[in-house]
Structures are given as C-alpha cells and as structure tokens.
Design a binder for this molecule. Structure first.
Ligand SMILES: [Zn+2]
Ligand SMILES: [Zn+2]
Length: 255
C-alpha cells in the first residue's frame, strides 16, 4: 500500500532532517506500506532539504520514498503555482483547494467564512475551485476533494447535481483523486471524499491514491483500515503510483 500525501515539516513543526524522515519511514514500514510520498505545503518549499530527502531515500530500502508537493490552488496565482510545482524534481504534484475567495475553509480558529456565506453558495464556490484545479492540468493528484465538509456545515439543498458536475470535470481532466483519511481526525469524522462522491468518481473511471495527510510520524497510514475498506467496497482494485511524474499502479490488498 501507499501513503502519498503527508507532511514532515508540517506547519513548521520539525525540520526535514534524515532522522525525521526515517521516523516516518519506520512507521510506514511497520504499517506495511510499500511507498511513502512526502508532500509539504507549498509555503514551506524553501524548508525542503533535498539532500536530506535523497540521503533518506538511499539509506532506507524497505519503503520506497517519493517526493511531491501540495500546492494551494488559488485562481489568479498561476505564476506562483507554476514556479512552486517545478522548483524540485518531484515525482508528482498535488493540487488542493483550501480557500474560497482567498479565505481558508479548514482553519479551526478561523471559521468566519461559514458565517459570511450562505452554505449552499459557499459549497458552489468551493466546488467551482475544485473543478478549476482539476481542469487546470497543473496537477497529477487532486487533494482531499470535499474538504469543505470538515466542520460539518451542510447546505439544506441537495448538492448531488453539484457533485455530479464536479465528478464529470474530474473525470474529463484525467487527474487522480486523493482518498485522504485525515477527515477521520477532524470534526466531520469521515474520509475525504465521502462514499457518495467516491462512487461518482468510480463510475467514471477516476483513479485514486491513498493518503493519511499525516502531520506527525504516528499519523502515517492512520485510518487505513477504513480507507482500504471504503475504496474496496466502492469497487476499486488498484491505486496509482508515480515516479518522476510517470504513472504506475499497485493492486489494492483489502485488510
Ligand atoms: Zn491540504
Ligand atoms: Zn496536506
């Protein structure tokens, strides 16, 4: 199995040293992972220590190490996104929507956006950004595609048509979806994407990766019993892998 979206530097919590990377790899090995991809937030790009990464990759043979980055998708910031997503020899690039009108939707201390917006309109604006991120062609992977549910603000109106339109755009784009277990650790208490949205992706042949979005070593592959069961129940039998931005696959082994 793979964990393709996680953070060592996280939010400035620790430097990217060989030892810190090895601490993540040890947990990855103990949880049966074949590959682990480090994907720091783009704002920590300058703190990525490529030499430490390469040393850890050579030293540790039990789990294959990959390098990615998580780009914060903001319409209008194309220059910044292009610069950051070509700054290092990444194996893949994740594009994630964390913002609507440049305001974060997932900050626990700043949830004002949910007061300001009518919830349905906020969802529409959020999924519009998701579709734009997928269709931008900038990213191999679309990060946590229904992050907007994080604090359990749900519109009263049915959002099924909105999700279907989004699944259509994602399928058309050819992007791979991040099945991200971090939601299990948040107020929503469920994986991103929801089962409904994941089923829409599956029906359209959209491929997936698995991730924990770990921000600490003990979170590597956390929640994987649930993720693996979910994707298997929905009908997935393989996950996508990347090396030097070339796509491969690995069979999914149910727990
Ligand atoms: Zn994210
Ligand atoms: Zn992340």
């Amino acid at each position: 199995m793979i964990d393709y979206h996680l953070h060592v530097i996280a939010h400035g919590d620790r430097p990217m040293t060989v030892d810190n990377i090895l601490a993540y790899l040890e947990v990855a090995k103990s949880r049966g992972l074949r590959q682990m991809g480090i994907t720091e937030h783009d704002r920590y790009l300058d703190d990525i220590d490529l030499a430490a990464f390469q040393e850890a990759r050579e030293k540790y043979q039990d789990v294959e190490l990959r390098l990615g980055i998580e780009i914060d998708f903001v319409p209008g910031a194309e220059e910044r996104m292009d610069r950051d997503s070509s700054a290092l020899p990444y194996d893949y690039v994740i594009g994630s929507v964390h913002r609507v009108d440049n305001e974060e939707v997932d900050h626990p201390q700043h949830q004002e956006i949910y007061e300001k917006w009518e919830t349905y309109d906020l969802y529409e604006a959020y999924y519009k950004n998701i579709r734009a991120a997928a269709l931008s062609g900038r990213f191999e992977i679309l990060g946590h595609p229904d992050l907007i549910k994080i604090f359990r603000h749900f519109p009263e109106r049915d959002i099924t048509p909105m999700l279907e339109e989004t699944a259509d755009a994602v399928a058309e784009s050819g992007i791979v979806v991040d099945v991200n277990a971090a939601g299990l650790r948040k107020p929503i208490g469920e994986i991103y994407p929801s089962r409904d949205l994941l089923e829409m992706f599956h029906r359209r042949g959209v491929p997936i990766i698995l991730s924990s979005d770990a921000h600490a070593p003990d979170q590597v592959a956390a929640g994987y019993e649930k993720s693996v069961k979910l994707v298997h129940d929905v009908g997935y039998r393989e996950v996508v892998t990347f090396k030097d931005r070339e796509r491969g696959t690995l069979p999914l082994q149910p727990e």
